[in-house]
Design a binder for this molecule. Structure first.
Ligand code: NDP
Length: 277
């Protein structure tokens, strides 16, 4: 009996730069699955209708990207623990009349750091810059790895305080020191890992980060991918190791693929082929 072709989509605005169709097609090819995965632009005020149209068209699931992750959280009728804590959803499963929301961004980041970059997070001092959906989506996964300290900073510092207040109960349960420091006041102290979860690089914006946060031996990780940001340039000039977020993108997609197909895809060859592009 021929297996029925399953249909998926990634929804965002804008969406034309998305690599998700390529990534999921590569995973499916390797797994011998027959899937259709398209990129779909949703008008900004039409996300809910777009999803209901996809369900009517019998799609099996969808990825959700900027700026709809919060709306996807509101729309889902059931939530995974990671998406409930982040209050943001990047992966939807459509099962009958149920919409199940997941968040795989944190798992994607941690797998890229640990498995692809060989960086152990346990007992490390980590700085997370940004307080948007991406930052909020990865905090719980970082805390689970029990760093000694996670410091939050953001241009609009009030948002970091809100996140800290929400996440402190989880930080305490993993025995992690969760702090907030204003970006301009970041002390000349050592962080093992500095993660840029801002969208500053999208517009080539410089941001007011004390270059003394970068040290030889530390890792500067920018969630942006596809271009060299001022964050990466500054870190390199101070002797830090650096990485962009391409590995995270592929690893979060691999977790979404596992949720939909119950198959763990191999990621390294996909990361390499996308990097070669
Ligand atoms: P949001 O729009 O939700 O948040 C944007 C964040 O960037 C805010 O903290 C904002 O600060 C900050 N910011 C924007 N411009 C500047 C600037 N000029 N200077 C300083 N801070 C700035 O975006 P997301 O959180 O969803 O995404 C953030 C980035 O992460 C994007 O580049 C996205 O592509 C990337 N990403 C990568 C993924 C991957 O798999 N590699 C997955 C998810 C996201 P403020 O609060 O002050 O406005």
């Amino acid at each position: 009996m021929t297996e029925l072709k399953k249909h998926f989509a990634v929804i965002g605005n804008p969406i034309h730069h998305s690599l998700s169709p390529q990534i999921h097609s590569a995973f499916a090819k390797e797994a011998g699955l027959h899937i259709d995965y398209k990129a779909l632009l949703s008008p900004l005020d039409e996300f809910k209708n777009t999803i209901h149209q996809l369900i009517a068209q019998k799609l099996s699931g969808a990825n959700v990207t900027l700026p709809f992750k919060k709306e996807a959280y509101e729309l889902a009728s059931q939530h995974s623990s990671h998406s409930r804590i982040a209050e943001a959803v990047n992966t939807l499963e459509f099962k009958g009349d149920q919409i199940i929301g997941h968040n795989t961004d944190g798992i994607g980041l941690v797998r890229d750091l640990e498995q692809n970059l060989n960086v152990d997070l346990k007992r490390k001092k980590i700085l997370l810059i940004g307080a948007g959906g991406a930052a909020e989506g990865v905090i719980y996964s970082i805390l689970e790895k029990e760093p000694s300290e996670l410091t939050l900073t953001n241009r609009t510092i009030e948002k970091s305080h809100v996140i800290r207040n929400k996440m402190d109960v989880h930080a305490k349960s993993f025995n992690v020191n969760l702090n907030v420091i204003e970006m301009a006041k970041l002390p000349d102290q050592y962080f093992d890992i500095i993660i840029n979860a801002t969208s500053a690089g999208l517009n080539n914006a410089e941001f007011d980060l004390n270059h003394k946060v970068f040290h030889e031996g530390s890792l500067a990780y920018d969630m942006m991918y596809g271009k060299e940001t001022s964050f990466i340039r500054e870190a390199q000039s101070q002797g830090s190791k650096t990485s962009d977020g391409l590995g995270m993108l592929v690893e979060q997609a691999a977790e979404a693929f596992f949720i939909w197909h119950h198959i763990k895809p191999k990621t390294k060859s996909v990361i390499e082929s996308l990097r070669a592009l």
